[in-house]
Write a protein that binds this ligand. Structure first.
Ligand SMILES: Nc1ncnc2c1ncn2[C@@H]1O[C@H](COP(=O)(O)OP(=O)(O)OP(=O)(O)O)[C@@H](O)[C@H]1O
Length: 316
């Protein structure tokens, strides 16, 4: 059943989704997530976190064990044909007839979803992906980069509303990565909703409106990209003091985010490396005024891994 006409449903609505594979492995443990129309959503997570399982379920390739998923208001199980034609999937690897031509392969993919033939549209897609020159080449003759482009062409030629890209730029060169990012933006500008999985924080930073972090089958964080980047931009200045300190003088603690560790020998200052003013110059001069001296100085930056670890610890 579709939602009432006056309400625009989210492009994707996932509620308490779980997946236990035969053998008992729980790949997804009650994931809930809404993705709005026209959004670019990046799903980040380490190997084996459940990213591919999640998108395979939404695309109808893997059956869920529990929960519900709707695409544009249609249920992926009871309205399978409807949802399947509304999604496109760019998988990690090409599985196609190696001896078919590029044009034939893309044309055939459109037909698979019951869309009428439209060779003008196929041509446009191939041109958009710089594949037009290769239209008569057989698939097995394409370079790795060209095969990637072909995967995208196949996934979008039936004009899906939602496009999933599973690690679109893993192992591709810089030029192709830029091309893909530009293409994803153009699709978004046409109103397509994009979900991409990636290991690369830079990719999420470059592309996404929102980022979800998945770990051990659980969605442990969903945040606006800018807010997440701010967390990632957090840096620490670590000062080894030349004498132990019992407490931080109030003149300093009131002004700076400081903490003491190592029995009072290490003073740590947390600041935003992306901000205009880091406050470091002021802190160093205020330390001198407070007659505090240090013998060593180091900076540390939170990585995505630190954020994972932190989040996982907070969950315990
Ligand atoms: N058919 C299957 N049977 C049993 N276990 C599976 C099956 N498919 C995937 N898994 C397991 O489910 C977990 C999640 O796999 P998934 O492919 O979703 O991870 P991922 O986040 O996409 O990882 P990667 O970044 O390596 O692609 C893994 O531990 C994987 O081994």
């Amino acid at each position: 059943m579709q939602e009432p006409a006056n309400q625009v449903p989210p492009a994707i609505q996932i509620d308490s989704l779980s997946k236990t594979f035969a053998g008992g492995f729980e790949a997804l443990k009650g994931v809930s997530l809404d993705v709005s129309k026209g959004e670019i959503f990046a799903l980040l997570g380490p190997n084996g976190a459940g990213k591919t399982t999640l998108i395979s379920i939404v695309c109808g390739l893997v059956n869920p064990s529990g929960g519900t998923v709707k695409v544009e208001g249609f249920d992926i199980l009871s309205d399978y044909r409807e949802t399947r034609s509304r999604v496109g999937l760019v998988p990690q690897e090409l599985t196609t007839d190696a001896f078919a031509t590029v044009f034939g392969t893309v044309r055939f993919s459109r037909g698979l979803f019951g869309k009428p033939h439209d060779d003008v549209y196929v041509e446009q897609v191939l041109r958009d992906l710089s594949l037009w020159e290769k239209r008569d080449s057989e698939v097995h003759m394409l370079s790795g980069g060209m095969k990637r482009r072909l995967l995208i062409a196949k996934a979008m030629v039936h004009e899906p509303d939602v496009l999933f890209l599973d690690e679109p730029t893993a192992g591709v060169d810089v030029e192709l990565r830029r091309d893909m990012w530009n293409l994803v933006r153009r699709l978004r500008d046409r109103g397509v909703t994009i979900v991409l999985t990636t290991h690369y924080i830079e990719e999420a930073e470059e592309m996404a409106d929102r980022v979800g972090v998945i770990n051990n089958g659980e969605l442990i964080l969903v945040q606006e990209k800018n807010a997440l980047m701010q967390r990632l931009g957090e840096k620490r200045l670590v000062l080894k003091l030349n004498e132990r300190l019992d407490t931080i003088p109030p003149t300093l603690s009131e002004k700076y985010e400081l903490s003491l560790s190592d029995g009072g020998e290490t003073l740590t200052y947390v600041y935003d490396a992306r901000g205009e003013h880091t406050g470091i110059t002021g802190l160093l001069s205020d330390l001198r005024d407070a007659n505090l001296h240090f013998t060593d100085l180091d900076t540390e930056q939170s990585s995505l891994e630190d954020i994972f670890v932190n989040l996982v610890e907070q969950q315990r």
